[in-house]
Design a binder for this molecule. Structure first.
Ligand SMILES: *Cc1c(COP(=O)(O)O)cnc(C)c1O
Length: 424
């Protein structure tokens, strides 16, 4: 498709967009009485309007029923997490048995690594992406130390080649092969938070398994953003948060995936809790942990119903829009943004905006700025854009197919032009 950086063209794209109605399902922060250009759904997704009512339902049941809400609430809290099985499964390409909403992302990564990072003999190494999200770096570092190993000798980082931004697929696969029987675990982000690169998860999984390693992914920037087929790809485990592309609210309940092949695995170590036992025997409080089937066995605590109430409506919206429809729109929306940025760079000699996100990408584009990039960012912010700045000189923007429009992208370009004008 040939794009045009004009108001009429953006309007036309919006008219053709089957998902345009979903924009009205969300609250937008305001700037001078109008919706801000909200391009930080990769950091905190917008609030679905339905969240209020969903939350109110649980608050009302709590007020009315107290402890009896566990069984008598409209959506009984005892089994609340079971409401998510099919929608989560669809979002990450899994079987319902393989997914569970629980806890927080980083804590889930720890619990999963307790089970799936089992260094033994010479097989101790852990492969991850360089410049991983800091929380993941700390989790990996402390897991390694927990086993009495030295992080500097045990953690192997993947880096782009000199002068490149993305990490090449062949370099990842070669490194896995090279580590061979020393490799215990591959633990990479599905989408890198800084560059926006989507990693070849299927091929990484295959390569990891070929050398006998376990393969897990942090899907914080992938869930709700790119096509995932965790079951089919044979991924061992994965974890994600729900407040980025899944729009479930700040710090809302996270989610995990454990492949069904590990479902009945008796020798797996784990740090267990009562919600990980089969639901029928849970209140008998018997001695000795018996794991529930599937990923539920990793649950520890009873369901955080208030945050799950929001998660539920947010996932419903995702399914109503359709996972594949969202991805199709995402490709068009992000391509249009790339086009608008290129048009600006071509027309305005004063601006150097380089998209550093490789072509394997989801919604997000990371824009390398030169010179006074921070001034431009601050000016854009004053004019109603919500994007984010990553030191030393990158602006991250993610138009989200669920609620962003092509007009948002056009207006974003206009605001950049205006900002540059005002900064002269
Ligand atoms: C957002 C994000 C986190 C945040 O972790 P929390 O435990 O939810 O605070 C961790 N890792 C990655 C890769 C992220 O993008």
């Amino acid at each position: 498709m040939t794009f045009k950086n004009t108001y009429g063209f953006a309007e036309e794209l919006d008219n053709q967009d089957d998902l345009k109605g979903f924009r009205d399902e969300f609250y937008f922060p305001q700037h001078q009485g109008e919706n801000k250009i909200y391009f930080t759904g990769n950091s905190l997704g917008l609030m679905p309007k339905r969240a209020k009512e969903a939350l109110q339902q649980e608050l009302d049941d709590w007020a009315k029923l107290g402890v009896d809400g566990h069984f008598d609430a409209k959506n009984p809290w005892f089994s609340y997490h079971e409401l998510f099985k099919t929608s989560l499964a669809e979002v990450v390409g899994a079987k319902p048995l393989e997914v569970t909403p629980m806890g927080g992302l980083t804590s889930n990564l720890h619990f999963l690594m307790v089970s799936f990072y089992q260094p033994k003999g010479k097989r101790v190494k852990l492969l991850c992406e360089g410049k991983a999200f800091p929380s993941d770096q700390y989790a990996l570092e402390t897991q390694v130390k927990f086993h009495g190993l030295d992080p500097s000798e045990t953690i192997v980082e993947l880096h782009p080649r000199e002068g490149e931004v993305g990490i090449r697929k062949e370099d990842i696969l070669r490194k896995i092969e090279e580590l061979g029987d020393e490799l215990a675990l591959v633990m990479i982000g599905g989408v890198n938070y800084y560059t926006g690169q989507v990693f070849p998860m299927e091929e990484i999984t295959k390569a990891g398994h070929e050398v006998g390693a376990v393969v897990g992914f942090d899907l914080a920037h992938a869930a709700g953003n790119v096509k995932l087929e965790l079951h089919k790809w044979g991924v061992d485990f994965a974890a994600w948060c729900s407040y980025k592309y899944l729009n479930s609210g700040p710090g809302s309940v996270a989610g995990i995936f454990v492949h069904e092949r590990h479902s009945e695995s008796a020798e797996l170590k784990r740090f267990a809790g009562w919600w990980g036992t089969p639901s029928d025997g849970r209140f008998q409080m018997t001695k000795g942990f018996i794991p529930a089937p599937g990923s539920d066995a990793w649950q520890l605590s009873n369901a955080p119903v208030l945050s799950m109430a929001v998660h539920k409506v947010a996932l419903d919206l995702h399914l109503e829009a359709g996972v594949d429809n969202l991805i199709e729109k995402q490709k068009k929306l992000t391509s249009y943004l790339e086009f608008v940025l290129k048009d600006l760079s071509d027309r305005l000699p004063s601006v150097k905006l380089t998209v550093i996100t490789p072509k394997e990408r989801g919604s997000q584009l990371s824009i390398l700025t030169e010179g006074s990039g921070k001034d431009l960012f601050n000016k854009m912010t004053d004019l109603g854009v919500v994007a984010d700045w990553r030191e030393p000189n990158v602006i991250r923007v993610a138009p989200v197919p669920m609620y962003n429009s092509f007009m948002d992208v056009f207006n974003f370009g206009q605001i950049i032009e205006k900002s540059l004008e005002e900064l002269k």
